[in-house]
Design a binder for this molecule. Sequence first.
Ligand SMILES: C[S@@+](CC[C@H](N)C(=O)[O-])C[C@H]1O[C@@H](n2cnc3c(N)ncnc32)[C@H](O)[C@@H]1O
Length: 249
Amino acid sequence: MTYQIRSNPFRWAWPLILLILACGAPLPSAGQMPAPRAPAAQVAPTLPKREPANVMSYEHADWLEREGRAETEKPEMVIQAMEIREGMTVAEIGAGTGFFSRRLAKAVGPSGKVYAEDIQPQMIDLLKKSSAKEGIANVTPVLGTETDPKLPAGAVDRILLVDVYHEFQKPEPMLAAIRASLAPGGTVTLVEYRLEGETASHINVKHRMSVDQVLAEWTRAGFLLLNQIETLPSQHLFVFSGKRGARPR
Ligand SMILES: C[S@@+](CC[C@H](N)C(=O)[O-])C[C@H]1O[C@@H](n2cnc3c(N)ncnc32)[C@H](O)[C@@H]1O
């Protein structure tokens, strides 16, 4: 005679169910089961999602010198936030036609120096012409690459990036090179159109950035936020120190 031993499929579930009932907790349904968690050390810090925008072509360079730009974008407030002193060495990365570099040249005075850097040779030609037209002699044009702005190491007191960081196709090596070019106590000023709200709604969203995106990417690259200014009409302005762990001024 054979005996068929039928095992009860709920045999192992009962002790668990009783334990949960004893704790007064509701039974989780299959869809409510908590997902297994990775140990904290294995969770990579996430950056807000962002695709770099296309590089603005020199063919649209007129837009950088458009009438009324100085009134709507307040470049004097940007220069003021940089706390430039006469005789300083300053650089503009992604200088375009030199709209800001010419103003920086005046701020540092004849004893100071401005490196005006861009990756498009045609922009370099345009900024040379615009500086010559205004009789500016202390701007040094620099043709950089997508990974290296070719600035002297440890020598630049102030660096300005206006409406260019979001175009970097390779932000990590650029940020590392920018940090390496800062002189002791040097700072970087970053200006980007606001992604949040409506103040920059006239600008394509691909050419705008949020505070979260900027701070996540720049602090990860070792920069320390010293100041954030939100009084420009359409743009965020951030001042960073390249000194990891430095105290705010
Ligand atoms: C929108 S324009 C802004 C020009 C200038 N900053 C201004 O506000 O008038 C962006 C400029 O950044 C330059 N650019 C883009 N990617 C760059 C990079 N990785 N390094 C340096 N310049 C870059 C472009 O060639 C272009 O001239």
